[in-house]
Design a binder for this molecule. Structure first.
Ligand code: CP
Length: 307
């Protein structure tokens, strides 16, 4: 089976089989990332362009590493030192990059829908590396990979996604994927941070964190995204932290084998206590490590190298 898609913009249209194919493809690349020489020739002759209009540590670096480990040529495009500052549009920028034979464009942008607009305007494959509040498909894929790596089966798995769900592209992609794979998804947070009607997608909403965490197998914390909120959705950070911060005491409400996840960057002492972030239950750095293998899998499948 292959991923017969030009672009990866969202997890909403992917089938459970397609998601599983990406995770299984990542398995073979995980082995490569553990070798002394972490390189295979799968994308030799292909060009991958990282087009990041928003700051990123994990996603940009791991896409670069993933492409290099597949032997692709990689261009890291920095908008601040490009003709974007002279007013060139996103589409014109991408068409110029495409004219230089880019096979895959990895886009991060602050506007929801930017990746879709770009995909409609260029022949190159487009991978959405996070667009506004919309989606962050490869983050959710690496989250799924990390859960599966712990030997957990998605069917019936109880997953609590906690925090500012409304402004979280990570939450949206995870909801689509986890529901599709048969998990029980709980969304935990204040009413002001919950998208209206989100229950129609399958999850159950909890405003009381202690109830939402009871017996869950996975706790997925979200960053309090003050830069995207525009206005205060909570009286004070201290109040938010008291009601929705993950402490060691709250972790004990979950299943004994619970894993704690966070897409990063973390606000220590706000949504997650430092001792929890650094605890044995935390798989936060495993998520980062798995990002490279998962993005290798995505780049490989999108490049058509397997067809
Ligand atoms: N998780 C995530 O998207 O992190 P970055 O913003 O550092 O890429």
């Amino acid at each position: 089976m292959s991923l017969k898609r030009k672009d990866l913009l969202s997890l909403a249209p992917l089938s459970a089989d397609e998601i599983t194919l990406i995770l299984e493809t990542a398995d073979s690349f995980k082995e490569v990332t553990g070798r002394e020489i972490k390189k295979v020739p799968a994308l030799r002759g292909k060009t991958v362009v990282n087009l990041f209009f928003e700051p990123s540590t994990r996603t940009r670096t791991s896409f670069e590493l993933a492409a290099k480990r597949l032997s692709a040529d990689v261009i890291n495009f920095a908008p601040s030192s490009s003709s974007v500052v002279k007013g060139e549009t996103l589409l014109d920028t991408a068409r110029n990059i495409e004219a230089m034979q880019a096979d895959i464009i990895v886009l991060r942008h602050s506007s929801a829908g930017a990746a879709e607009t770009l995909a409609q305007g260029v022949k190159s494959s487009v991978i959405n590396a996070g667009d506004g509040w919309h989606e962050h498909p490869t983050q959710a894929l690496l989250d799924l990979y990390t859960i599966r790596q712990r030997g957990m089966n998605f069917k019936g798995l109880r997953v609590a996604i906690v925090g500012d769900v409304s402004h979280s592209r990570v939450a949206r992609s995870n909801i689509f994927a986890l529901v599709k794979l048969g998990a029980e998804v709980r969304l935990v947070g204040p009413p002001t941070m919950m998208p209206w009607g989100v229950e129609k997608l399958g999850p159950k909403v909890y405003h009381d964190m202690d109830k939402g965490l009871r017996d869950v197998n996975v706790i997925m914390m979200l960053r309090l995204q003050l830069e995207r909120q525009g206005r205060a959705l909570f009286p004070t950070i201290r109040e938010y932290s008291r009601l929705y911060g993950l402490t060691a005491e709250r972790v004990r409400l979950a299943d004994a084998g619970v894993i704690v996840m966070h897409p990063g960057p973390i606000n220590r002492g706000v949504e997650i206590a430092p001792d929890v972030a650094d605890s044995l239950s935390s798989v936060i750095l495993d998520q980062v490590a798995n990002g490279v293998a998962v993005r290798m899998g995505v780049l490989y499948l999108m490049s058509g190298a397997n067809s």
